[in-house]
Design a protein around this ligand. Structure first.
Ligand SMILES: [Zn+2]
Ligand SMILES: [Zn+2]
Length: 66
């Protein structure tokens, strides 16, 4: 399993940010396949919504600008 940092956003979503390859990944010079949960080194609390939620909010606000 490769190593990740988990960013816990205010909206409740968690974003996994790739940090480091595991020995298996280093051998093949690529990350382990998706679906295999990575090892979380640190969990960081983020005081704002994740990018996806921010985009949704922006679209919502833009829909008022006609
Ligand atoms: Zn790995
Ligand atoms: Zn979110």
């Amino acid at each position: 399993m490769c190593f990740y940092h988990a960013y816990t956003h205010r909206c409740g979503h968690t974003e996994m940010v790739f940090q480091q390859l595991c020995p298996h990944g280093q051998m093949y010079q690529q990350k382990c396949p998706r679906g295999q949960e990575g090892k979380i080194l640190t969990t960081v609390k983020v005081e704002y919504a994740c990018a996806n939620c921010l985009i949704k909010v922006c679209r919502f606000l833009n829909s008022f600008k006609i």
